[in-house]
Design a protein around this ligand. Structure first.
Ligand code: NI
Length: 277
């Protein structure tokens, strides 16, 4: 028996490579996530800093609670099975009226994870609309092979290397994933997707949580991940600790260690030693 999704939703997710929308929490609870993020930002006087936009769940208890959210995990379990690691989290924040965009890409390009049994739960902290740069996907594209990508390192591209697919993407087939605050989309690691800039007067905030079954391996580095459900007979990853308090010393240390490994994997072949600012 599935835990959350209906059999037809599970089938659609496997056939199309994505599923949206799925309600995770109320709009009020999503707003509380936004408040938690923005309370931190108000303290530092700037948007969440570069490296901290990645694996943020190792730093803050509220983000840790989100990667353990039972509704998210129930949906993820319905797609990838009961033994689940959280590999990483990435904030995709588009500031009001800003040029930041995401080029057409497949997540699989630089991650080093095998096999391709990897799913992203993209959680909307705000309304997500065509106007503020919602994600667009090419249904069924997760079934084609890994496509060649070129690194652009474009300054407004939110991806690590500004990587984009080197062949023409048929945008007439694109489907936009509008979400209300508190909803999520799910997408497969090889699904072709991208998004445009935010042309509205408010921020658009989403947290992408990357989940893998414990059978998946990292081929580039000795990597770390967090066991969030079930058991792990494989031990392909070192375990990350849950934060006991926001930004405490142990959390900062664990985060720095994990991000260093991930930067090594994602930026291999380049000179980069940190995520973009
Ligand atoms: Ni992506």
């Amino acid at each position: 028996m599935p835990k959350l999704l209906t059999p037809s939703q599970i089938e659609a997710c496997k056939r199309d490579g994505y599923l949206a929308p799925v309600r995770v929490m109320s709009a009020a609870d999503a707003h509380q996530c936004r408040v938690a993020l923005e309370t931190h930002e108000a303290k530092t006087g700037q948007p969440l800093q570069g490296n901290w936009r990645h694996k943020t769940h190792l730093l803050f208890t509220w983000a840790d609670a989100l990667v353990h959210h039972p509704v998210i995990l129930d949906a993820v379990e319905d797609v990838i099975g009961p033994d689940i690691l959280c590999w990483t989290t990435n904030f995709f924040i588009k500031e009001a009226n800003s040029p930041g965009f995401v080029s057409w890409h497949q997540d699989s390009t630089y991650w080093g994870l095998e096999p391709d049994d990897v799913i992203t739960a993209w959680i909307a902290f705000t309304e997500v609309t065509p106007e503020n740069g919602y994600m667009q996907v090419i249904p069924g594209s997760h079934k084609i092979d890994q496509l060649p990508h070129v690194d652009t390192f474009h300054k407004d591209n939110l991806l690590s290397r500004g990587q984009e697919i080197a062949v023409e993407v048929d945008k007439t087939k694109a489907v936009g994933l509008a979400l209300h605050a508190g909803e999520m989309s799910l997408h497969h690691i090889k699904l072709v997707h991208g998004s445009d800039a935010n042309r509205t007067a408010d921020r658009r905030i989403g947290l992408a949580i990357r989940y893998i079954p414990t059978t998946v391996r990292q081929t580039k580095v000795r990597d770390a991940a967090m066991l969030v459900r079930g058991t792990d007979k494989h031990r392909h990853f070192d375990y990350e600790p849950r934060p006991k308090a926001d930004l405490d010393e142990a959390a900062l240390e664990a985060h720095a260690d994990s991000v260093a490994r991930q930067v090594k994997a994602l930026y291999s072949g380049t000179e980069k030693t940190a995520f973009r600012a």
